[in-house]
Design a protein around this ligand. Structure first.
Ligand code: FES
Ligand SMILES: [Fe+2]
Length: 358
């Protein structure tokens, strides 16, 4: 794609409206809110979101904006019995109902039941929490059903939440989606981290669908098994990682022992907000195997970050002419991502102008 695809402010506005408000956007993992009263806050295209597990066990995504005069209510993450706005102390239940409005509630004309925090449409898929801000998206799960045979044996829902972090990288959000989803860069960019495990030449494209694309990175024959893993894994699954992008902005890798995921959102045209995390077969975040995996992830993410921040600088050049994508097994996922964008934003299935010859 032309550089403007990654650098245009006008195009970012279209993406905010047509993708981030209208589509299913992943914002975290259910393991971040294991118990009733657990919550975390995040932001998506200027909407303040409060993700909370209610007493009945349901995970809700509420607007984190006070019904009095609009202050942001909860901050960060934690555990609460109720949420009190810091400005004038209006207080809400875990499901968003207004409980107290000091010095107003006795006024006979005021009905607290009319001051519920708005609740956004949400769905969970494989333990990941998705929100649809405008409430018009088709159900998510059917669009992802075709991934099932490729991830079933990992039992993602049974994996334990082990690590979560938030970061901002100086790159367009699509550069990071594409980077996570292509194996072409594995050997050169990750020469000392991932090349010995999953070299570029062994990558294989997986079937895509209307809501997703994916690929498999096979282990080098010299790479030892990576465990512990679920006994249902096939021999091939024990020796490969499977990566999926759930359009537009969720990316996840299922490895034999861990799941690595990133929930992405644009902050500006050249900064991406990342909520990323790791779940796994092991339960103890202090286990040396977990610590080692987190260390590995941080190391190769640092390599990706350096590359993508350099890429974003290059894309600002007026003299860059885009080249072709590598064959399907290496960059076919990028072609799929571009086709999705063309369908959503171009209004047809036509290939975007300046696309690849893949
Ligand atoms: S803005 Fe929240 S109580 Fe006034
Ligand atoms: Fe990478």
């Amino acid at each position: 794609m032309s550089a403007a695809y990654y650098t245009s402010l006008d195009f970012l506005e279209v993406e905010r409206e047509e993708l981030f408000r209208k589509q299913w956007i992943c914002i975290g993992h259910v393991g971040e809110v294991p118990n009733p009263g657990d919550y975390f806050t995040t932001e998506l295209v200027n909407e303040q979101l409060l993700v909370v597990r209610s007493p009945g066990g349901m995970v809700r995504v509420l607007s984190n904006v006070c019904r009095h005069r609009g202050n942001v209510i909860a901050r960060g993450a934690g555990h609460a019995a109720r949420f009190a706005c810091g400005y004038h102390a209006w207080t809400y239940s875990l499901d968003g109902q207004l409980l107290r409005a000091p010095l107003i509630e006795d006024n006979g004309h005021f009905d607290k039941r009319n001051c519920h925090l708005p609740q956004f449409a949400s769905e969970t898929w494989q333990g990941f929490i998705f929100v649809n801000l405008d409430g018009t998206a088709e159900p998510l799960a059917p669009a992802l059903a075709a991934t099932e045979p490729y991830i079933r044996n990992y039992h993602p829902v049974d994996r334990h939440f082990l690590f979560g972090a938030e970061e901002t990288w100086n790159t367009n959000w699509k550069c990071l989606v594409e980077n996570f989803m292509e194996g072409y860069h594995l050997s050169p960019t990750h020469a000392s981290t991932l090349h010995a495990i999953t070299p570029t030449v062994l990558c294989e494209k997986l079937p895509n669908g209307p809501g997703f694309t994916g690929y498999r990175s096979n282990f080098s024959p010299t790479c030892a098994e990576r465990g512990p893993y679920h006994e249902d894994l096939t021999v091939q699954e024990r020796r490969s990682d499977v990566f999926y992008s759930v359009y537009p902005s969720f990316v996840v890798g299922f490895c034999p022992h861990f799941t690595l995921y990133m929930c992405l959102r644009p902050l500006t045209v050249d900064t991406v907000g990342i909520r990323w995390g790791i779940t796994g077969v092991l339960r103890d975040p202090e286990s040396p195997i977990v610590k080692d995996y987190i260390k590995l992830c941080k190391a190769f993410c640092e390599e990706d970050r350096a590359t993508l921040e350099s890429l974003q600088k290059g894309l600002k050049s007026r003299y860059y002419t885009p080249g072709p994508l590598a064959p399907d097994n290496f960059e076919g996922t990028i072609w799929d991502l571009l086709q999705y964008m063309a369908r959503r934003l171009g209004g047809s299935d036509r290939a975007p102008a300046g696309g690849s010859d893949a």
